[in-house]
Design a protein around this ligand. Structure first.
Ligand code: SAM
Length: 260
């Protein structure tokens, strides 16, 4: 079957890397795995061998047929023909009491919407293991002061603890993509410091702040907070009045919202 470029089909063909991914997912028989884009089912097969239960969501009808055939005798593998972005994870898995581990080598062009989609189900998911474009992974784990740090880093780091596990050369895939990849682990945070209303405000402020990266934070914030609150914030958290958003940590953005 020829890989479909339009569906981001770059199959991971290096057996050592496949095994390394599985080792790092630390699987056991009680795990409930949601696999995104199983492709030809090579990672799926390794997950299945751990005796974990796998729900593999694949959009491509041809691959689904192949996968259903391949796993016909596996009691712990379910192939779901669906677009992951349209799958209501909470509703679909409501019959399962446990929380999910997500595993996926996902298409680059929908990496952002997939992550945003998964985060919506933060109370149903414990871990996310993703193979992503290296540059994209760098943005996710970026810390203040680096050029990759931005509103997306803050968004992901608010909900999860992301960690680069290892990089993967582009030659490990077929067809060979233009760029290298990274295998990333994200641990979903169980407790969050803000309520939903505050979170909405937090992300609004972060978006606006980073859309004016070169502007001093205090000037951007002036429109949204009373001056006395802003002064308290800069003083209490020992921040320079000339600090720019790219040097402000997610913790400090959270502190600002808590003060307001
Ligand atoms: N897991 C396989 C591997 O590692 O070789 C395939 C990875 S390939 C990069 C991405 C897979 O995601 C393809 O099988 C593709 O058909 C599937 N896919 C693309 N868009 C999808 C979507 N919206 N929902 C579910 N699967 C999707």
């Amino acid at each position: 079957m020829r890989p479909k470029k339009i569906l981001g089909q770059n199959f991971l063909i290096d057996r050592n890397i496949q095994r390394k991914i599985i080792l790092n997912c630390d699987l056991n028989k009680d795990d409930l795995i949601l696999e995104i884009g199983p492709g030809r089912g090579e990672i799926t097969q390794l997950i299945a061998k751990s005796n974990a239960r796998v729900y593999a969501v694949e959009i491509d009808e041809d691959l689904c047929r192949l996968l259903k055939d391949k796993f016909i005798n596996f009691k712990n593998v379910v192939i779901i023909k669906a677009d992951i972005l349209k799958l209501n994870i909470k509703r679909y898995f409501s019959f399962l009491p446990g929380r999910l581990k997500v595993i996926g080598n996902i298409p680059y062009y929908i990496s952002t919407p997939i992550l945003e989609h998964l985060i919506k189900y933060n109370d149903k998911i414990d871990f996310i293991f993703l193979t992503l474009q290296k540059e994209f992974a760098k943005r996710i784990v970026a810390k203040p002061g680096s050029k990759e740090y931005g509103s997306f880093s803050c968004f992901i780091q608010y909900y999860t603890e992301p960690k680069v596990i290892f990089d993967i050369k582009k030659t490990c895939f077929y067809p060979v993509p233009k760029v290298d990849s990274t295998f990333l682990r994200l641990i979903m945070k169980r407790k969050r410091p803000l309520d939903r209303k505050q979170e909405k405000k937090l992300f609004k402020i972060i978006r606006i702040a980073f859309s004016q990266r070169r502007k001093m934070l205090k000037n951007t914030l002036r429109e949204f907070f009373p001056l006395d609150k802003l002064n308290t914030f800069f003083e209490k958290y020992n921040l320079s009045y000339s600090i720019r958003p790219e040097d402000v940590s997610i913790e400090d953005f959270i502190n600002l919202i808590k003060l307001a």
